[in-house]
Write a protein that binds this ligand. Sequence first.
Ligand code: PGA
Length: 252
Amino acid sequence: MGLKKLVAGNWKMHGLSNDLDEVKAIATAAAVYPAVDVALCVPAILVERAARAVPGFAIGGQDVHHAEKGAHTGCTSALMLLDAGASLTIVGHSERREAQRESDSEVKAKAEAALSVGLGVILCVGESLEVRDGGGAVAAVMQQLDGSLPDDIDGEAELAVAYEPIWAIGTGKIPTESEISEMHAAIRARLRERYGDAGSGIRILYGGSVKSSNAAEIFAIRDVDGALVGGASLKNQDFVPIVAAAAAVSGK
Ligand code: PGA
């Protein structure tokens, strides 16, 4: 039996008050699939309203600062997200690694800060097209993992890893089944090396152009324990079929 699948939406910089109806529609529809964990990671400013709108449904942030508090204008601490009603957060998304120049060590500090207050963490890794074409994808992702995985995962909060090849994000391109399976197996092996048996319980999500039309194939791949979904998570009618595909693979 595989791990329970997690399907998390990443709304990125999308979402206004009006979109809370979409959050409600997604939460209601997702409740039909208890065999799958479902979450929506929304902009920080929407977290509190989203969490209030859908009690019991997992609302997450998309980033946290690594410090507890202090002189960090414009940033959000892990405790602030938790206080607003989030139960998890993404860290190390490639868009932030690139645009905000986040390093592996910063991502690690963010993951540790979030876990320490009890927020679940989806830690993103993934290679560029150049690295993939040069044959170095697995090595690059292992290096990212080595630099960004938290030291300690003994707390209550759950760590998940999302493998998101940068070239697959928002492009409609996805890796082949064997590329996904090779990478997820390598990530699993690294997690076991790093955390022992606990490494087998960490969910490894695939992300990058996941849609209802490809979700079933992706979920059927060994060591794919769910998905991080960007564009297709914004609308109930696009997102819920992905949840349904995860449920179908889980036999429910
Ligand atoms: P996408 O984004 O599903 O729109 O490709 C995924 C992500 O960036 O998390």
